[in-house]
Design a protein around this ligand. Structure first.
Ligand code: PHE
Length: 442
């Protein structure tokens, strides 16, 4: 009996994976969420915690997820059914599939806003408005239910169309096309932002840690943001890892994705923080930050309408390459476990996410809740689960053997074993316990 559904797929090369993996990691999380939460939780001190989390915890978890996926060639539920049959571990995979729905639902709503802003910016809607009027225009825009749901629908449709194409012709091809352009536009924005009059205050907020500003909640937010930005904790990297070949080097692949993702998040901070202060806006403005700050900056730039339009085009593209990786998790689950065709699997996953996103499209508070529950806690719990599973159940010997495929010269077995057995689970568990014991402190 053939147990592997032929509707799975493989990357064409290691580069193909790195671009798709970076396409998944780099998204609204870097350009919308990172500056938003960094602003909310105190700037530079938050950034330091974030970087430490990426280096010490997240890379180890990413390598664990990629190893699980490549070893079993399955979706997150299938991984646990294969490696720990008959145990409750499969619920960790199911949590991932549900989280995929939870995140894709609100992610697509925000991606819809970025898509709408392409046309608004191109039409010059913000050209003659003051900062306050720009903020007002944003809140009017997102409280229009027809626009919010319509754009969410358009965005989810794009995503499903790409996913119909499958791994190589869909995900990989699209990830390769516009990511480099996003980088170019981001560099231009950074240059403009740091040279705005009054940028210094923003730079010092972003670069000089004020440890007094850092709360327990800020630490959880920073670690949660690191998992979110690197697409960890729900099985995206398990799923993408399952399309990797045995010849590929998991360590350098993970390092590339981590490097590109972190670099772009840091750059987004440089593009946004100085501008916030230069325009006298509030860094704690929350979800609307980039939709309010950037149009102000585009008004100050030579050819601002062109750059602004380009920026929202590329942000939409970055969002698509991430959203496909989120919807791919439930889709891969249906392909592997229910033996559905790719078309049917994508339809169920995508339509489900669309319906689940309607409340978030209608209500900003609901969207924030979804973001916290699925985009934060669920990923932290999922990452804790993956590190405990790999470190203690599947075991260090197995994961190191998987790493050695495609990387026979790897000598970091003991360091990696320590990171995945102790460092990652203890740090993440301590965070969660702190949160439960001292809810007020956060
Ligand atoms: N990492 C993506 C971003 O930064 C979001 C994401 C989260 C993707 C979880 C996959 C899984 O936008």
């Amino acid at each position: 009996m053939n147990t592997v559904n032929n509707d799975r797929g493989v990357w064409s090369s290691k580069l193909g994976f790195i671009l798709a993996g970076a396409g998944s990691a780099v998204g609204l999380g870097n350009i919308w969420r990172f500056p938003t939460v960094a602003g909310e939780f105190g700037g530079a001190a938050f950034v330091v915690v974030y970087l430490v989390a990426v280096a010490l915890i997240c890379l180890a978890v990413m390598i664990a997820e990629l190893s699980l996926g490549r070893n079993t060639q399955r979706n997150p539920v299938g991984v646990y059914k294969t490696l720990a049959p008959g145990t409750a571990w499969k619920y960790l995979g199911i949590l991932g599939v549900i989280t995929g729905w939870g995140i894709s639902s609100f992610y697509s709503v925000i991606a819809g806003w970025t898509f709408g802003y392409i046309f608004k910016t191109a039409a010059g809607t913000f050209s003659n408005l003051s900062p306050d009027e720009i903020a007002q225009a944003f809140s009017n825009f997102i409280s229009n239910p027809v626009a919010a749901i319509g754009l969410h629908a358009v965005f989810m449709t794009f995503t499903m169309l790409i996913l119909f194409g499958g791994v190589k012709a869909g995900i990989e091809k699209w990830s390769k096309i516009l990511m480099p352009l996003l980088l170019v536009i981001l560099v231009l924005l950074v240059v403009r932002s740091v040279t705005l009059p009054g940028a210094e205050k923003g730079l010092s907020f972003y670069l000089k840690p004020n440890w007094g500003n850092l709360t327990g909640k800020g630490i959880v937010a920073a670690v949660g943001q690191a998992f979110f930005s690197l697409s960890l904790g729900m099985g995206t990297m398990i799923t993408y890892g399952s399309y990797l070949s045995k010849q590929d080097n998991l360590i350098s692949s993970a390092a590339w994705v981590g490097f590109l993702d972190t670099g772009i998040a840091l750059m987004a901070g440089f593009a946004i923080m100085p501008a916030i202060f230069a325009f006298g806006l509030d860094p704690q403005a929350g979800a609307g930050l980039i939709f309010v700050v950037l149009p102000n900056m585009f008004n100050e730039i030579f050819l601002g309408t062109v750059f602004g339009t380009g920026f929202f085009v590329l942000l939409s593209v970055a969002a698509v390459t991430s959203l496909i990786s989120i919807v791919e998790v439930p889709a891969a689950y249906f392909i592997d476990e229910w033996k559905l065709s790719r078309k049917k699997a994508v339809l169920i996953a995508g339509l489900g996410a669309f319906l689940a996103g309607i409340p978030a499209a209608l209500n900003g508070n609901f969207l924030n809740w979804m973001n916290v529950i699925f985009g934060q806690y669920s990923l932290i719990i999922g990452s804790l689960g993956v590190s405990v599973f790999v470190g203690w159940n599947w075991g260090v010997a197995n994961v190191n053997a998987e790493i050695a495929e495609g990387n026979p010269k790897f000598r970091g077995q003991r360091i990696y074993g320590f990171a995945i057995r102790f460092l990652a689970p203890i740090a993440v568990a301590a965070l969660l316990v702190g949160l439960i014991l001292f809810p007020d402190a956060f």
